[in-house]
Write a protein that binds this ligand. Sequence first.
Ligand code: NAD
Length: 336
Amino acid sequence: MFTTTVKALMTHVSPTLDISAKCRNKITVIGAGTVGTAIAFCLLAQKVTDELVLIDQNEELARGEMLDMQHATMYLDSPNITSSTNYEDSKNSRICIITAGTGPERNKIALVTRNTEIFKAVIPQVVTYSPNSILLIVTNPVDILTYVAWKLSDFPPHRVIGSGTILESARFRYLLAQKLGVSTSSLHAFVIGEQGGNSIPVWSGVSVSGVRLRDINRDLGTEHDPEDWTDIHRQVVESESEIERLKSCGSWGIALSVARVVKAILCDTKECFPISTHIKGCRHGVDKDVFLSLPCVLGCQGVCYIVRQNLNNKEKELLQQCANEMNELQKKLMLE
Ligand code: NAD
């Protein structure tokens, strides 16, 4: 009956498409919790993808989120949205975004261990069904879990990316822009290194329209700075726990940041983002297999280049210290 109506309404012209031919910008989001759903929504609302798969071990949650988004497809240029617990449905994804994880845990090594176990269940499945995809890790602690994903996937480093300090950098730029009275798009500023409390604000590179603030105030961001610009980085670091206290978990900032990264990859824009990447051999003296954030040029193959920032000695030292601590923690995971 239904088929008869369809046949009466339309004349069939094209052959049925092979699934791989449809997957130009297929994105899979693994973990349909607060962050995964916000990322999925931003990708759809910004029309970054027209095929999105939500995977979660909680079948009902993923299905509920899927239905909610499907019902809005008339406002989203009719993307194809599915949910599943089966990784076969993620087949041939261009990018797999991992947000699956357990809740907050004060003890870092305990959190890393728990989320590593989750990654051991997730990553091999992703690799089986999307062997040519790019992995984008969001689960915290993001830098070490990006390393875990790299080890478990055996993907080349340019195809394993962590969201890293992208959100910290966005917050840094926002707060600096507020203090200076200019728009965030008019200034350049990066937070690099490890995401969270150990992140490194690159004060030596903060500029507005090409004018370096350090050339005006040489103590900018140091303990000798009478204007106390350092406080801005303190606010950046503390904003995560403040948002957690106020609304249990931040989602929009990270979701919009991740959507921009995905767009840069799919559209091969060669935009530059501070994301967690394999930094061994970059010119800042790091010789360990660690993933930390540096500004990276992104394109259709993932990370195209790591930008060689002119870091001063203090910034380099902090980066090397981060890399050494990360390497010690990694050894405890015994993933070699
Ligand atoms: P959440 O608890 O709401 O969602 C996590 C989801 O993962 C749950 O729905 C759970 O069912 C799913 N999950 C757990 N194990 C799974 C498995 N084996 N297979 C499939 N799904 C599984 O958490 P959230 O608030 O969405 O946060 C997700 C992660 O993102 C956390 O690790 C959080 O710390 C991190 N996060 C990172 C940033 C960043 O800047 N990188 C920012 C915010 C949150």
